[in-house]
Design a protein around this ligand. Structure first.
Ligand code: NAP
Ligand code: MG
Length: 400
């Protein structure tokens, strides 16, 4: 069989522990037999981040700017215990944080749906993708306790100074907090969301509480609306998709009643809360994919879960594991499809879809890892719980 050619490389970021084992299996069993893979390889394992003083992470992020498409394996974010375990010279920063700081993007999380695993809200028949603004608000707040009898003010110094009373704590002491955001960050967030909606051909919803927060939240609404009208309205019409703004409480009510299928852009706190709700309602963390989209159109795909340390230690002891590779496989197919779209190589996009379908069919026909076996319900399909390698072989069987 002739292998599918690639015009340009993707950036490949290898990682740690069990997901590093899965990484090799995905490539060897599912990609390399079918695709003449062109990738620029960066080893983001903790061992190599230590050896390169973390410059490998920066190089990988810059390569993503050059080639516009990357696929990343889960990586250890060191804590005190890891510093000891890996004998690190310092507690290196989270690779995802470093990459996001360089690419300036937004993370979109999307569940993979299969028949047999019904979301806790059964009407959700299409994935709901959450886009969380990952800057500012309560995550960068300044807060204080205030004594009874004191007054708190919001003070701005500089070219346009102002002073507003926040509250007179005349009758009781209490608390007070200051939060901020930046037009530049909100604009980047908006562009990433519009770009991703176009790329996925899905409606984009955005929600804030602008009726109550008439300056702060209203600025989010205005920036989104301005950018949409100027830069994206026509493109959305051409793709037949919609941009829809509504209040956060109305959005929650509508999402619960919906059949899914939209991208839901959320302010930082709303996204934090809602992404956990959506992920849980759709089933398993091992089925949640994630993509970082930068406002100038760079895409980095990964699984939403970590390096599955507990399974890795069992693997090291020679025990069999049943680790679910679905999100990692879909990170690869996401990157290959995007490469295919950017390079106009439809064969590559087709391959990505075929591989995804093979994975979904494997599970729907009853072959799955342990985490899914616990959730799977069917009157007709008998469940075979497979170990990690067996699951790959079950997918390969369907690929052929
Ligand atoms: P984790 O790796 O996501 O695993 C937590 C638990 O979730 C596992 O022990 C397992 O439960 C279950 N699980 C997750 N993915 C699974 C899969 N593919 N198949 C089957 N079960 C799965 O989170 P963690 O243990 O908190 O973190 C481990 C390391 O990952 C940490 O060093 C952290 O820094 C890193 N991390 C990296 C990223 C990233 O690179 N994006 C994200 C998060 C965490 P059972 O053990 O019950 O089977
Ligand atoms: Mg959270």
């Amino acid at each position: 069989m002739k292998k599918i050619e690639m015009k340009n490389p993707i950036v490949e970021m290898d990682g740690d522990e069990m997901t590093r084992i899965i990484w090799t299996l995905v490539k060897d069993k599912l990609i390399l037999p079918f695709v003449d893979l062109k990738s620029e390889y960066y080893d983001l394992s903790l061992v190599n981040r230590e050896a390169t003083k973390d410059s490998v992470t920066i190089d990988a992020a810059n390569a993503t700017k050059k080639y516009h498409v990357a696929v990343k394996c889960a990586t250890i974010t060191p804590n005190a215990q890891r510093v000891e375990e890996y004998n690190l010279s310092q507690m290196w920063k989270s690779p995802n944080g470093t990459i996001r700081a360089i690419l300036d993007g937004t993370v979109f999380r999307a569940p993979v749906l299969v028949k047999g695993i019904t979301p806790l809200i059964p009407t959700w028949t299409s994935p709901i993708v959450i886009a969380r603004h990952a800057y500012g608000d309560v995550y960068k707040n300044v807060e204080t306790k205030v004594e009874k009898g004191d007054k708190a003010y919001l003070v701005v110094e500089g070219k346009k100074p102002s002073k507003q009373l926040i509250f007179d704590y005349e009758k009781s002491g209490g608390v007070c907090q200051g939060v901020h955001n930046l037009d530049s960050s909100i604009s980047s967030f908006a562009r990433s969301c519009f770009e991703y909606a176009l790329s996925e051909k899905k409606d984009l919803w955005f929600s804030t509480k602008d009726t109550i927060s008439k300056t702060y939240d209203h600025t989010f609404k205005d920036i989104f609306s301005e950018i949409f009208e100027k830069e994206y309205k026509k493109k959305f019409e051409e793709k037949g998709i919609e941009y829809f703004y509504t209040l956060i409480d109305d959005a929650v009510a509508r999402i619960v009643r919906s059949s899914g299928g939209m991208i839901w852009a959320c302010k930082n706190y709303d996204g934090d809360v809602m992404s956990d709700m959506i992920a849980t309602a759709f089933g398993s963390l091992a089925m949640m994919t994630s993509v970082l989209v930068s406002p100038d159109g760079n895409f980095e795909y990964e699984a939403a879960h970590g390096t599955v340390t507990r399974h890795y230690y069992r693997h090291l002891k020679g025990e069999s594991t049943s680790t679910n590779p679905v999100a990692t496989i879909f990170a690869w197919t996401g990157a290959l499809r995007k490469r295919g779209e950017l390079d106009s190589t439809p064969e590559l996009c087709e391959f990505a879809s075929k591989l995804e379908n093979a994975v979904i069919r494997t599970i729907e026909e009853g072959d799955m890892t342990k985490d899914l076996a616990a959730l799977f319900k069917s009157d007709t399909v008998k469940v075979n719980t497979l170990n990690t390698e067996e699951f790959f072989d079950a997918v390969v069987k369907r690929m052929k």
